[in-house]
Design a protein around this ligand. Sequence first.
Ligand SMILES: [Ca+2]
Length: 261
Amino acid sequence: MKTIPSLALALLLTSLTSLPAADPKPTASSHDDARWLREKGTLIFHDAFEREEDGNLAKAIGNGWNSATADRVPQIKMADLDGGILKIASASKEAGHSAHIHHEAGFSDGGAVVRFKFPGLTKGESLQLGFVDRETQGIHAGHLCYANLAPNGITLMDWKTGVMNLEIRQRRQPYLDRKEPLPADLDALLKTKQITVPWKADTDWHELVLLTEGDEMRLSLDGKLVARHRSAGFAHPMKRWFSFLVPNTVWIDDVKIWKVK
Ligand SMILES: [Ca+2]
């Protein structure tokens, strides 16, 4: 009877002490990406949204923001500046697209720090944010790479060399249209372009950091690294725009964009 607890203790101690060295991809909680941006980067844009919007159209938010979808539904207000908060309510059905709000960025390595919350106004609130370059050919709508925060998970996606690469898109689309499974080789390729980690959305305010460094994209929430992935598209030399894609409702309190390189 005496040997079992001591064996269990020994196993526990072994597993505890061997964990950090055994993990090939440490979820470096010591990895402070907001600090990395502050110390290595230059702040190239900051908006705290302390003003009122000017109407409903593409440039209604002001301070250089643009909407790719607002002018499709000029009678509907999708971006409301209220008490220093950008309240986005996408007219996705009427506009035929999620609200796409973007701002100039312009870096190779760098990222965005965003204070956001899901207000709990619609079901299945989610937020997609990332980087776009419409001046490089061969990528549908210039979609480079994104993070998507969904109710049950966070996904990091390389779209430049994945689903928005024109050759891949052309090959994939007929299968989507026919609702057929993708060929095994294409499916396997696309699986390497993204990673999903479990996460439970709530209605609290959060500080999110999304950045690229070389061919790695990382996402932190409230000072903790929660997802990282390496893929060739993340190394795209020019993240020209920072973009939000919002299917329903999200509130944004503050956005900073940092350029490291
Ligand atoms: Ca604010």
